[in-house]
Design a protein around this ligand. Structure first.
Ligand code: ADP
Ligand code: MG
Length: 209
């Protein structure tokens, strides 16, 4: 199973549906330690991504991800828009052009996306950000592919790791973004961005299954 433009579009559509359904929950998490707009931000962003994908035609998965990233950067005002936008742009740019993108290509792409987030936001693992879900997801995806698994299994492993990583942010003190202003009082709260990253990887697992 390869990652063609159709699958990339299906992933982003599934993400948009999931984000819309969980927007209130994401916003509630952000209200506790930030400014209460994460669900609104991402819902606006992924709604715009779906509209942009509907309006265009795309030769390959790389072009789909670059378009999604550019759209997120331009449509989302909060920190998460540029961060996720850079992630998807980096993912697209890391993939070989044309059909037949393999799970191994996606390993490189997911790591490139992570590096883009870290370069832009400066977050280290353990800072209680989306990095704490994205990194274990990319690592789990890589390990599954290295072990010979195809896309469905690798994506399921990544989704499980992202979910665990997001839950583990409850015990971490936020050191980047608005939640860091709370200092130690951010401990005990799950990071909204790590939570949305888990939704993104669950959406991939669902469309790959
Ligand atoms: P804002 O903080 O501007 O209101 P959002 O509420 O949409 O933006 O997104 C907040 C999420 O963005 C956080 O939960 C965190 O996961 C992520 N985030 C914020 N700053 C950074 C950063 N410097 N690096 C990585 N992720 C970050
Ligand atoms: Mg916010």
């Amino acid at each position: 199973m390869t990652v063609e433009a159709d699958l990339a579009i299906a992933w982003l559509r599934a993400t948009a549906v999931s984000v819309a359904g969980r927007a209130d929950e994401l916003t509630r998490l952000d209200a506790a330690i930030g400014d209460g707009d994460h669900g609104v931000n991402l819902n606006r962003g992924f709604t715009a991504v779906v509209a942009a994908l509907d309006a265009g035609s795309f030769p390959d998965a790389a072009a789909v991800f670059v378009k999604a990233g550019t759209t997120l950067i331009s449509k989302v005002g909060g920190a998460s828009g540029p961060l996720y936008g850079s992630a998807f742009r980096a993912l697209g740019k890391a993939l070989p052009p044309g059909p037949g993108v393999t799970p191994a290509d996606l390993v490189a792409g997911l790591h490139a996306a992570l590096e883009a987030v870290r370069k832009l936001g400066g977050a280290e693992p353990g800072d209680a950000t989306m990095v704490d879900a994205w990194r274990p997801a990319a690592d789990a995806f890589e390990a599954a592919v290295a072990g010979g698994s195809g896309l469905p299994v690798a994506a399921a492993e990544a989704a499980r790791a992202a979910e665990e990583g997001a839950r583990a942010t409850i015990d971490l003190q936020a050191r980047k973004g608005r939640a860091s202003y709370l200092g130690e009082r951010s401990v005990g709260h799950q990071d909204p961005g790590a939570t949305s990253t888990a939704l993104i990887f669950k959406a991939l697992a669902d469309v790959a299954a």
